[in-house]
Design a protein around this ligand. Structure first.
Ligand code: OKP
Ligand code: ZN
Length: 345
């Protein structure tokens, strides 16, 4: 399996976030990629750069005005004499208007984002676009016949929607990969999101579609981010009704219960009969993750890789979360290594 990686991820650095009432350096740091790449290289994976994917491919999933906002936001900030991290401080919640997008940068930031943990810094756009190209390149490799590919995306993507960013995510890498496959011969694609957090952006993007199944295992939004989406009663709408499946799990979930939910997810994927699989691979389900509360252990990631090979589908892995940096490489390599060993394609 090839690893698609761009050093441009490191341009997104130096951000701060609002965490439990305090400003702290972002958990989503460049070292995460350093540790993943080192472990994948050590265990023999080949690393390739992303292709030059034209920017208009982003509009297959995102709204043009949103992409334009992300690309130009930091220049608007510095034009006002500011530097450092851009963070919003007001959002269009209940009782406020969403039909007006403020022309000023502060209001626009609040309109397009949904939290204060997703800073825009000078290199954010270049890094986010590079991550999107990594995901679409991995999808291209699979559409051209590879059994599987892994996109080492940073920043992650699954919280970003058609026209919103948040949760450390700007462009939805997994959705772009799924759409790429749809545009290059796949009739039906399943997205399985195993990140600790609900992939609210991916869910929103495919909510009314019947050609992409979205299945997510995550910590219950009753107590975990993103708080306001990810419940079991969300099942899609219109043509997409029944094409969203949420499997929220309690804090403290360990492998036996996780595995049972994964089996339910894999059965749903089997019934949907897709011709390709996207895995939104977050390893923040790990017991030592600093912002999460599941209890998966190192050896469980190899077990997860074996389970993911069961459907026997061409598979694009897209990196999402995972913040225990010292162990992140071993956990990702555990999934990918065992998947490759079990894959019969
Ligand atoms: C991104 B991904 C900690 C509170 C939550 C946002 C978490 C985003 C997770 N500051 N902040 O799904 O791993
Ligand atoms: Zn996460």
């Amino acid at each position: 399996m090839q690893v698609v990686h761009s050093p441009q991820h490191a341009l997104h650095d130096g951000g701060v976030e609002l965490h439990r009432g305090e400003m702290v350096p972002s958990f989503e740091s460049p070292e995460r990629v350093h540790f993943i790449l080192a472990e994948l290289e050590r265990t023999g994976f080949a690393v390739v750069p992303p292709r030059d994917v034209p920017q208009d491919r982003l509009m297959r999933v995102h709204e043009p005005a949103f992409v334009e906002f992300l690309q130009g936001a930091y220049a608007r900030w510095t034009a006002q004499g500011r530097d450092g991290s851009m963070l919003p401080s007001g959002f269009p919640a209940r009782g406020l208007r969403r039909d007006r997008r403020p022309s000023g940068i502060h209001g626009a930031m609040g309109w397009y984002s949904f939290d204060a943990s997703t800073p825009i810094v000078a290199g954010t756009w270049d890094a986010a676009f590079a991550a999107a190209r990594c995901a679409m390149t991995a999808a291209a490799l699979v559409s051209e016949g590879a059994a599987a590919a892994y996109a080492l995306c940073r920043p992650p993507g699954h919280h970003a929607g058609t026209s919103f960013y948040g949760g450390y995510c700007y462009l939805n890498n997994a959705a772009l990969a799924a759409q790429y496959l749809r545009d290059h011969g796949s009739k039906r694609v399943a997205v399985l999101d195993v990140d600790y957090h609900h992939g609210n952006g991916t869910q929103e993007i495919f909510w009314e579609r019947d050609d992409v199944l979205f299945v997510s295992l995550h910590a219950t939004p009753e107590s975990e981010y993103p708080y306001f989406l990810g419940y079991a009663d969300e099942r899609g709408a219109g043509r997409g009704e029944g094409c969203t499946l949420n499997l929220p799990l309690p804090l403290g979930t360990a492998w036996p219960e996780y595995r049972a939910a994964l089996d339910v997810a894999l059965e749903a994927i089997g019934r949907f009969a897709p011709d390709a699989l996207i895995v939104s691979l977050g390893v923040d389900t790990f017991e030592a993750d600093p912002i999460s509360a599941f209890r998966l252990q190192r050896a469980d990631y190899a077990r997860m890789g074996a389970c993911l090979a069961v459907p026997g589908l061409p598979t694009v892995f897209v990196q999402e979360g995972g913040y225990a940096v010292a162990e992140i490489g071993a956990n990702v390599a555990g999934v990918l290594g065992e998947f490759s060993a079990c894959n019969t394609l």
